[in-house]
Design a protein around this ligand. Structure first.
Ligand code: GRF
Length: 203
């Protein structure tokens, strides 16, 4: 049903599994990704498609797409997957490719979001689940969680507060998707039935 792509720890993948979502496989571009062990221990199929083994980004993406298609998923969920995907890959899975990003998009796309949020002095930060489009960390927003930034935060404390909310909103978004409740119109998402697409973490 759902194929999850990871590169590391895999805590978001684990949150999806623990929410009871039907994760049929976990695929990583890194053989050492800790999340692979977590998934395997739960009896979930795992695959490794290493980018090093492919001459071009296109060749890697084609191999990755083939591994995914082997599970015929309804949804592909990127969860800490640290590779930029080609437009061709994104097109192939258009409308069934979600990502979680640790900022309130469109603020702070890319890496080091917590450091950048602190440097900018924002008072509210958070995380976003969005459909993947060819532009990095863009695409229609399914749900966001807003997290307060405290005066004594550093990147570690802030990241931990955001991650806790990632584990709340990603399972919600995936469940909505599988239940056929995610409606996409003119680049914006609404949820059939009107569930709130914003979670506010306690101050
Ligand atoms: C998360 O913060 C995710 O939003 C970001 O990378 C981190 C991955 O964490 N893209 P995990 O592997 O899910 O634990």
């Amino acid at each position: 049903m759902v194929v999850v792509l990871i590169s590391g720890r895999g805590s978001n993948m684990q949150a999806l599994v623990e929410a009871g979502l039907p994760v049929s496989a976990v695929i990583s571009n890194r053989a050492q990704a800790e999340g692979l062990r977590v998934a395997a221990a739960r009896g979930i199929a795992t695959r490794v498609v290493e980018h090093g083994g492919h001459a071009t980004r296109e060749a890697f993406d084609a191999a990755l797409a083939a591994a995914i298609e082997g599970f015929a998923p309804r949804l592909v969920a990127l969860a800490g997957f640290m590779r930029i995907l080609t437009p061709r890959f994104v097109e192939r899975f258009a409308g069934r490719l979600l990502n979680i990003h640790p900022s309130l998009l469109p603020a702070f796309p890319g890496l080091h979001t917590h450091e950048r949020a602190l440097a900018a002095g924002v008072k509210v930060h958070g995380c976003t689940v969005h459909f993947v489009t060819a532009e990095l960390d863009h695409g229609p927003i399914v749900i966001q969680a807003a997290v307060p930034v405290r005066a004594d935060d550093d990147a570690v404390t802030l990241a931990a507060r955001v991650l806790k909310q990632e584990h709340v909103i990603y399972p919600k978004a995936v469940r909505w998707f599988l239940d056929g409740r995610v409606a996409l119109a003119n680049g914006a998402v609404h949820i059939r039935g009107g569930d709130a697409q914003l979670v506010m973490a306690p101050h």
